[in-house]
Design a protein around this ligand. Sequence first.
Ligand code: UDP
Ligand code: MG
Length: 313
Amino acid sequence: MDISIVIPLFNEDESLSELTAWIEKVVQTHQLSYEIIFIDDGSTDQSWSVIEKLRNDNSNVKAIKFQRNYGKSAALNEGFKAAEGDVIITMDADMQDSPDEIPALRNMLLEGNYDIVSGWKKKRYDNTLTKNIPSKLFNAAARGMSKIKLNDFNCGLKAYKSKVVKSIEVYGEMHRYVPVLAKWAGFDHIGEKVVEHRARKYGVTKFGWSRFINGFLDLMTIFFVGKFGKRPMHFFGLWGTFAFILGLGIFCYLSISKLFFDVTGMTQRPLFFFAILAMIMGTQLFLAGFIGELITRNSSERNNYLIEKKAGL
Ligand code: UDP
Ligand code: MG
């Protein structure tokens, strides 16, 4: 199968028929074999019955319905598991992403031998204040931390090679950083293509101000998990030891000046409290690292390494 189009949706019943008809038109013009996988993320409107109707008319339409709303990341994750195409395209259900972009994204992925081609909404049609400013901020932070040169991490419209989506796990609000997850998994040939962005035709946005906070926390998670997830001691152990030695050093200095140089009022000096704090913090950090190591040892993903090729085995 040429392409799987994975579409997460939450209460988007007005858009679905129009979107499906548009996708059908595009893939038929380009003679691509395809499947459309809708993941209904616990919609409470008519989305599911619309999907069932669409499925009746076209068996290339497939769908999964969640029992409740788990979030876009969970929806993408399930869609990725189900996808059977050689190329996987993700897009939003709200018609802000244009299906006309699908063939060009696929061509770029295949011709450039990219692992991912990510859409770039260069000209956006969103509410400027709550979207554009945080989005600029996150993109800059994500670029800095991941060293992936993308202008727009969070674009819903992306093309992936099948093996990429089969190797990563999207959870929390990580849908914003799928390219980062892919890079940690070893797929770092990531391209970007300017895509048309459209104003939302029906319904309302599903992300409010929470995108600020959650987006930031997930960025931190991704950074730490990626860098130290398999070796927590290298972070916590290092800083713990450093803090402890610093505290101990100061403590020795204070004790020596009291014992041998008769400097009185040791416990009144600010340094004394700093030394104690540093030693306690150091022990805490060290313990956190140690417990982290024990947890990674017991983790079932401990020895999950992606093997690219084998010979003679
Ligand atoms: N979405 C989802 N689950 C959620 C929230 C959103 O599947 O909990 C879907 C939503 O239906 C849409 C896509 O994710 O297809 C992007 O959401 P939205 O358009 O609200 O985000 P925005 O474009 O405002 O960033
Ligand atoms: Mg949208």
